[in-house]
Structures are given as structure tokens and as C-alpha cells.
Design a protein around this ligand. Sequence first.
Ligand SMILES: Cc1cc2nc3c(=O)[nH]c(=O)nc-3n(C[C@H](O)[C@H](O)[C@H](O)COP(=O)(O)O)c2cc1C
Length: 205
Amino acid sequence: MVDSLTAVVRDEPRRRSFGRVTDAPLPDTAVGIPPIPDDLSGITAEQYRASMRHYPAGVTIVTLDSPDGPVGFTATSFASLSLEPPLVSFNIAHNSSSIEAIRTADSVVIHFLGEHQQHLAQRFARSAEQRFADRSLWTTLESGEPVLHGTPIWVRAVVQRLIPIGDHTFVVGLVTRVHDSTDEKPAAAPLLYYQGRYHRPTSLG
Ligand SMILES: Cc1cc2nc3c(=O)[nH]c(=O)nc-3n(C[C@H](O)[C@H](O)[C@H](O)COP(=O)(O)O)c2cc1C
């Protein structure tokens, strides 16, 4: 997957910023990639939504520093992408109030929420103005990104690629720091999202 992404951006116009490749919106005719039809898939939006609701996901909050202050949003689109180098990804909607901050950010922190942090997942999916209003919920790394207290695992990632595709931008980050407190007792179970509700995992044995 990484190779094909590299192939997409290799010959496209780009702007270098702090050593990162920031890709201009790619035409559908991007190198080697056939156009993606926007109205010929043969399924309805409702069929798509219904099937995706049935796919369970871990819940993350992506945070970043911006010239206007801390920015963050709840995201279930997180995925681990590559071990060598250690890459992760998530998607951000083009109509998100965080999109401009992501486009100019050098780095992000991705929090893997625990089951005790449902309130944060809800908070960071609602009013953007309120997300960081409670100063007791977060602190700031020396590198500038906000970090939410009590998060079992968070990773800091330097943004490597921004790839606009469909109505989202696919963000690829190189992990440069890992915080892991899952060896603390009691260990926090991860927070899951499924069928529009939050869940905790149940072992099958
Ligand atoms: C469980 C859950 C998962 C979400 N995952 C994403 C995601 O992966 N990418 C994204 O852009 N927005 C995602 N959202 C939506 C954002 O958290 C946020 O609510 C939305 O961008 C609207 O924020 P805004 O008012 O700041 O634009 C998710 C929301 C919820 C509740």
C-alpha cells in the first residue's frame, strides 16, 4: 500500500514544508490511478452507511497544534499502515473544521482511547469550540501538541503525506514517539465504536 501511495504522489506537483510532502489536490487522472467515478458505484449512500455501521472500530482522538490554538477530533478511521518505517493513517472529512489545521500541521498525536474515555470521544465529536475548554483534561507536549490525560496509549506522528481522495483526505504519519501505560493496573480496555454506539471488548475466552 505504501508503494502505491508513493507512486501516486511521485510525479505530482508538490510543496515542501519542513521536509514533508504536501500534496496539492490530485486530479483523478493521477499517475497510474484510473479515475474514481463519483456516481456510478451502483449502491446508495444508505447502503454504504448501513454496511459501514456494522464494521467495529477502535476509537481515537487526533490532536494537533495550530496557529489558532489546539485542534482535535474523534476519529475511527485510524489504521496502522507500515512497520518499517512505522507509519499510521487516518482520514479527515473535507468539511471538518479541523481540515485546514491538518493541512498545515507538521505533527499530530493520536490517542487510543480507553473504555473510561467515552466522554472524551463524545466531547471531541461535538462543538469544536468546547473541545479544549476544560484545561484540566489535557496538557501540552514540548513539541506543542495537546495530549489528553489518562489515555492508555498515544502516539506522536510526523505528517508525511496528505492525499485528498473522495470527500476525505488520507493522512499518513511517521510515528516518532509512543506513550504506553497499559501495564498499569488495572489495565484500561480499549473503547470501541459499533452500530453507532460505544462498547468495551468482551473476550471469547
Ligand atoms: C465515533 C466517531 C468517529 C469519527 N471518525 C471520524 C474520522 O475518522 N474522520 C473525520 O474526519 N471525522 C470523524 N468523526 C467526526 C468528527 O469527530 C467530528 O464530529 C466532525 O468532524 C465534525 O466536527 P467539526 O464540527 O469540528 O467539523 C467521527 C465521529 C465519531 C462520533
